[in-house]
Write a protein that binds this ligand. Structure first.
Ligand code: HEC
Ligand code: HEC
Length: 225
């Protein structure tokens, strides 16, 4: 009986998870279907708007997983979710194959965001440059080593030395992503508003990050080519 139950649960797991991952999408069909995504994500998946994620060069397994999560309402995104509702499995595979085969564009050199504090004295260019360099160095340190004092895991363990992610495991590629999008999505993980899936490991990790950690690591990742 136990053996039978095990067999059933294993096959259900295969159907619900990896059934998609093993299917191969058609990139040519995906290119045509991507016309309705171009307004926000760019023709080739390199969105021009810093708040909209680049999809170019992303691992297909990750893209399909996100599209399913939008469609099922597990990833909360009022702008994006309605667009996933109309996609079937083949559409998702084709779109993922198209974007995965496109090259992600490098970002322009970062500049320090303007201070929110109107009363703060105007910073000199030298001060701004030093502040930016410090942020990127802090971000690089967090990415590589994590933070022992607050228990933040090292990002490198899962996202790789060049922030290239892990294709077989469908861990996302992060390098050259827009810093603004990274800040937003890490903050959403931190507050629990990105996904309804409490088991998502990024919830646990981002919950331990300060806003300053998020800003620094996002800026650093956005500069990795
Ligand atoms: C109206 C603008 C808009 C359109 C059109 C749009 N998207 Fe999005 N998409 C977004 C936004 C905004 C996000 C970020 C959602 C969030 O806040 O987490 C997103 C996120 C995504 C993600 C997750 C990326 C990641 O790194 O996690 C995927 C995949 C995606 N979109 C695919 C598509 C596809 C495929 C289409 C076309 C069928 C499409 N999008 C059309 C705005 C759009
Ligand atoms: C234990 C493995 C693991 C570690 C460590 C880890 N991540 Fe992740 N990360 C993941 C997985 C898995 C996902 C995909 C989550 C999903 O499906 O929603 C992800 C997603 C993300 C995303 C969303 C990407 C997108 O396109 O929307 C960002 C940003 C991110 N991680 C940044 C980080 C940072 C920064 C760190 C270090 C502080 C880190 N991760 C540490 C596994 C990890």
């Amino acid at each position: 009986m136990i053996k039978k139950l095990l067999t059933v649960s294993v096959s259900v797991a295969l159907l619900s998870g990896s059934g998609f991952v093993y299917a191969q999408g058609n990139a040519t069909a995906g290119k045509t279907k991507a016309a309705m995504c171009a307004g926000c994500h760019g023709d080739d998946g390199n969105s021009a708007m810093p708040g909209f994620p680049k999809l170019a060069g992303q691992h297909p397994g990750y893209l399909v997983k996100q599209l399913q999560a939008f469609k099922e309402g597990n990833r909360i995104a009022p702008m994006m979710a309605p667009l996933a509702l109309g996609l079937d499995e083949a559409d998702m595979q084709d779109l993922a194959a198209y974007y995965a085969g496109s090259k992600i564009s490098a970002n322009p050199a970062p500049t320090l965001p303007v201070s929110d504090d109107d009363d703060a004295p105007e910073k000199t260019d030298e001060q701004k440059k030093a502040e930016l360099a410090k942020l990127i160095a802090d971000g690089s340190d967090l990415y590589r080593n994590g933070k022992l004092s607050t228990g933040v895991s090292a990002c490198i363990a899962c996202h790789g030395p060049h922030a290239e992610g892990n294709k077989p495991a469908s861990y996302p590629n992060l390098h050259s992503q827009h810093a603004d999008y990274l800040v937003k999505t890490l903050t959403d993980f931190k507050t629990g508003s990105r996904t309804k899936n409490r088991e998502n490991m990024m919830h646990m990790i981002a919950a331990k990050m300060s806003d300053a950690d998020i800003k620094a690591v996002s800026l650093y990742i956005s500069t990795i080519k």
